[in-house]
Design a protein around this ligand. Structure first.
Ligand SMILES: NC(=O)c1ccc[n+]([C@@H]2O[C@H](COP(=O)([O-])OP(=O)(O)OC[C@H]3O[C@@H](n4cnc5c(N)ncnc54)[C@H](O)[C@@H]3O)[C@@H](O)[C@H]2O)c1
Ligand SMILES: Nc1ncnc2c1ncn2[C@@H]1O[C@H](COP(=O)(O)OP(=O)(O)OP(=O)(O)O)[C@@H](O)[C@H]1O
Length: 281
């Protein structure tokens, strides 16, 4: 059975692109009969190889993200539930468990595992989405967090943010905004806004206000709990997924944040979460 692999190297990162070339060359030499391996378009241009767009890698057995957190978040947006192996070549790389030195072996082992099993075992990570009660949009799934904020961050950019949990008001305050983070995203924007770090295996979400005049502590909730955020007192507002995909809102407006249908699956060696926290220093 042939194993289909995708490689995505962080754009403009020569080390990541060179590692992609090394992985591809090694696998084609060692496991040529059992592997079909492609790189993304930008990496293909960089290493003089044919490339495919990342969103066409969703039907591969797994995709390797070589870079930092942002590249892995990008790959997750493009391939959704397709298993992802994160190789850490970014500034932080909190989401990427495999070091560059171990990358070739980790990918080779994964090809072998994929040959021997119908599906790869991995760690499932929840994602979030957002919708508006009377709106015709649904936000791109977020692996880290959904942010809802006023016209802009900082002085004069706030709004009245009303947070309801299971239909009951948790807090209403003038604030920059509020974020709902997954355990994965608890170490990202959530942490810089004073939210708690949540162990990845925990079945929970975190609701954290952003620069609120009347602050309540961050609230940890069951992921199935209905979460509604009403924004008023501002000309405009935004709901944003992982800092990248945003939907403009026209207050007063109520946004519902909930679990997205498709989680993400990380495969390959998983480092120790607690040991990884040193990357945040
Ligand atoms: N603090 C802020 O003002 C702010 C603004 C935009 C984005 N962000 C965060 O960055 C994320 C997007 O990452 P990016 O790399 O595309 O944007 P980016 O290039 O702005 O990177 C933001 C930083 O967050 C780190 N990061 C991302 N996900 C992380 C995680 N799960 N745990 C620990 N650190 C993490 C990245 O490595 C990078 O150092 C967003 O989901 C949000 O969490 C924070
Ligand atoms: N191969 C690629 N093809 C297309 N876009 C890419 C590719 N690699 C990265 N990107 C874009 O770059 C963004 C991530 O850039 P960023 O500089 O944040 O990388 P990173 O992985 O977080 O590394 P670092 O930790 O060094 O910041 C992604 O959101 C995506 O838009």
């Amino acid at each position: 059975m042939e194993v289909a692999v995708g490689l995505v190297a962080q754009r403009d990162n020569e080390r990541a692109q060179a590692l992609a070339r090394e992985i591809k060359t090694t696998l084609e030499e060692v496991q040529s009969a059992s592997v079909d391996i492609v790189v993304d378009e930008l990496t293909g241009e960089a290493i003089d190889d044919a490339g495919v767009s990342v969103d066409r890698m969703h039907d591969r057995d797994f995709v390797v993200s070589i870079g930092g957190d942002g590249t892995l978040l990008f790959v997750a947006r493009e391939v959704g539930p397709t298993p992802i192996l994160g190789v850490n070549l970014g500034e932080v790389g909190f989401l990427n468990a495999v070091s560059p030195a171990d990358a070739v072996d980790a990918v080779t082992d994964l090809v072998t595992a994929a040959t021997e099993a119908d599906s790869l075992e991995g760690r499932t990570l929840s994602r979030l989405t957002a919708t508006e009660a009377d709106g015709d949009w649904e936000l791109e799934p977020a692996l880290n967090e959904i942010v809802i904020h006023g016209p802009r961050r900082g002085h004069g950019g706030g709004a009245t943010i009303d947070v309801r949990v299971d239909g009951r008001r948790y807090v209403e305050s003038h604030a920059d905004g509020v974020l709902v983070a997954t355990p994965t995203g608890s170490t990202a924007y959530n942490l810089s806004e004073g939210g708690p770090i949540v162990q990845p295996s925990t079945d929970a979400l975190v609701v954290t206000q952003m620069a609120a005049a009347d602050a309540m502590p961050p609230l940890v909730v069951d992921p199935e709990t209905p979460l509604e955020v009403t924004v008023s007192g501002a000309e405009t507002a935004y709901v944003i997924s992982d800092g990248r995909n945003r939907q403009r809102l026209e207050p007063p407006v109520t946004v519902t944040v909930s679990l997205a249908n498709d989680p993400i699956t990380l495969v390959g060696p998983q480092g120790s979460f607690v040991d990884g926290l040193e990357k945040l220093e």
